[in-house]
Design a protein around this ligand. Sequence first.
Ligand code: ATP
Ligand code: MG
Length: 362
Amino acid sequence: MQKIILTGDRPTGRLHVGHYVGSLRRRVELQNHGDYDKIFIMIADAQALTDNFDNPEKVRQNILEVALDYLAVGLNPDISTIFIQSQIPELTELTFYYMNLVTVARLQRNPTVKSEIQLRNFEASIPVGFLCYPISQAADITAFKATTVPVGDDQLPMIEQTREIVRKFNAIYKETLVEPEALLPDNEACMRLPGTDGMAKMSKSLDNCIYLADDPKVINQKILSMYTDPLHIRVEDPGHIDGNPVFTYLEAFCKAEHFERYLPEYMNLDELKAHYQRGGLGDVKIKKFLNNILQEELEPIRLRRKEYEKDISAVYDILKAGSERAREIAAQTLSEVKNAMRINYFDDKELLYNQISNYSIK
Ligand code: ATP
Ligand code: MG
């Protein structure tokens, strides 16, 4: 069986360091390693419209921002097919057929949907499209027969929902779809990077992000005003690591060489943590260390983005070519799905033959 990746992002804002450690960094590694037969990267505009239907301009503008961020982190359109969800109508058609396989109660139980409904104040009246977005995600994944979906841990319930749909479809109709596996970051801190405000998740919608495209000055300001341990008031006070996003970011980004370069008086993160917990280590010092690391990591990304920004029409050409390529694959799967569901009336010679003979007997 081929090894195929599908993953993507909603064009609701520029991409941030949470996306980077949760998924983007992994995608680029997998792409460059060459272990996968095909890689599809989707800009999920149709999904973004399920909760931004009244703000289509936001979605429209952010398609380019997300595409620039992709190219900036090193996704290579010659290897990875980058496409726009809404340009593949086959995905909508698949969604419609999969809707028969899922109950409303099951969607309402989905923990990610539940928390997002709360976040968006949709409790009183949930748009049907929003409630159904896990089904559309199943269509996206299965259309490309993806075996692997690299995501942050907020997406696990979505992958589980997809697997259920696949099993049900294959059991009722015919073995057609492939059950995907989620591929989580191997480092706990990267599964769900917290926001700079200490909230559980860095998220475009919460405005608590360090964006990949932020200027060095902005990055520095955001880090210096980050939430830390509220009980760590004076330098000599013992500090807490749990729930302290500065340490979570260090877990996600820091390597041994960073200590050699920027903080040689410590061997590693464990030593730094121990000193903070003992007391005597100020927040400004660890924030400066984090700033050095993030500046180093984000600089090449920002510079590459600036290069692509010089030729925007080339970026749209990449998206158009990718969408055309993706559409061919999705159309092939849709045709298999329709065969399995027996709704292939005009391609099925046997159907016509049988109906003619039924009628000639009468
Ligand atoms: P929105 O607020 O519009 O939902 P978002 O910031 O949650 O935006 P998505 O486009 O929903 O971003 O997520 C894209 C991918 O990035 C998913 O795989 C998700 O798991 C991952 N991801 C998003 N935020 C984080 C985070 N803070 N830490 C780790 N991974 C994340
Ligand atoms: Mg999200």
